[in-house]
Design a protein around this ligand. Structure first.
Ligand SMILES: NC(=O)c1ccc[n+]([C@@H]2O[C@H](COP(=O)([O-])OP(=O)(O)OC[C@H]3O[C@@H](n4cnc5c(N)ncnc54)[C@H](OP(=O)(O)O)[C@@H]3O)[C@@H](O)[C@H]2O)c1
Length: 322
């Protein structure tokens, strides 16, 4: 079948190991099902895989891609849940120490077909296109869990989203607005601040700027560059929910004194559960909110999408179609 896969790793030139070609058709193990992919979307995870982060040499060649929407074996329209837990794991699959994402241990979604455990599919509502649905399983699910599960946020609360241009950050802004929150966002870039307003932020600020009032929670994916500002922006008892460290994980000042004195909470968050993916899909169906798509490319042109992501030349999701 047609597939876009990693053949080799390179930290300096990740696209050099990317191949658009053919891979054998998958055979689903017992309890798994075959999904015909109609659309898939790119994540930074796919670039990291080409750099050899999170993917082992002995697993190459590996079809890339975590996110997909398509047709199940009965022709039903579905969204694929990317978190694969061990068969005997019960409960929150993000807490399974042996969990993986599609394309880490099992072949990914940038292909004609992908096989997943039967439980790893969620019905796609007719109101949502395959392209829109394909944006949800990684960045949007991560944002949903950060806001509503780990953050416990509800309508009327105030949230600050750091690094407005990011894939997770744009999802956070849009979902927070749809959930009735007051949304503040920061970006280093004037054009990205304007676009953040257009997708739902109430107010935008330069990175590091003093806010007019303290917030209930901060959503962090930037890390080192914004951490201190995040801690200083919280009201007493407020929460930082962190799911990434794009600018680096090491801190000059972790602001520990402020954290204990103001009784702040720091909460990690990774991906989400199948149940949260189903709630996210229902929320988008009910509110009419849709993921922001930067561009749609035929899967044959995947390298063009990878290059745009590597250059940071993106606002929203890059979708690949079959
Ligand atoms: N835990 C999970 O389940 C999960 C899931 C998805 C992603 N992630 C992680 O979350 C992070 C964000 O992912 P993404 O796909 O949203 O990344 P992204 O699209 O590259 O966005 C990162 C944003 O960070 C900001 N930024 C980068 N360097 C900065 C700096 N030096 N100073 C200030 N801001 C800076 C930029 O915002 P501005 O240009 O607007 O300032 C940029 O738009 C990554 O580390 C990723 O690995 C984790």
């Amino acid at each position: 079948m047609f597939a876009v896969y990693a053949e080799a790793f390179s930290s300096d030139d990740p696209l050099s190991g990317l191949v658009v070609g053919e891979r054998p058709d998958p055979t689903p193990p017992d309890g798994w099902t075959t999904i015909t992919v109609k659309a898939a979307s790119l994540n930074h995870h796919d670039l990291w895989s080409l750099r050899g982060v999170g993917l082992k040499q002995e697993r190459l060649p590996m079809i890339l891609g975590c996110d997909a929407a398509g047709l199940d074996e009965d022709g039903n329209e579905v969204v694929v849940h990317a978190v694969i837990s061990e068969p005997d794991w019960s409960g929150d699959e993000t807490l399974d120490p042996k969990r993986s994402l599609l394309s880490e241990r099992h072949q990914g979604t940038f292909a004609d077909k992908v096989v997943v455990p039967r439980a790893n599919v969620v019905a796609k509502p007719p109101s949502m296109s395959f392209e829109e649905a394909a944006c949800l399983p990684t960045a949007w699910l991560t944002a949903y869990r950060m806001l509503f599960t780990q953050g416990g946020l509800k309508a009327g609360d105030t949230v600050l989203v750091q690094g407005a241009g990011g894939g997770v950050a744009t999802a956070l802004i849009t979902l927070a607005r749809a959930g009735g929150l007051k949304v503040l966002a920061t970006s280093r870039d004037e054009a990205k601040r304007s676009r953040a307003l257009a997708i739902g932020a109430h107010e935008v600020f330069e990175s590091g700027a003093r806010l007019p009032a303290k917030v209930d929670a901060v959503m962090e994916t930037v890390g080192r560059a914004t951490w201190s500002h995040s801690v200083r922006s919280l009201r007493p008892g407020g929460k930082i929910v962190i799911s990434g460290t794009t600018s680096g994980p090491d801190l000059d000042d972790a602001e520990l004194t402020r954290i204990f004195f103001l009784q702040l909470q720091v909460i990690g968050s990774t991906m989400g559960t199948r149940a949260e993916l189903a709630s996210l899909v229902t929320m988008l169906d009910a509110t009419g909110t849709r993921p922001l798509i930067d561009r749609v490319l035929p899967m044959m042109q995947a390298p063009e999408g990878f290059a745009a992501m590597a250059d940071g030349d993106v606002f929203g999701k890059i979708v690949l179609t079959r």
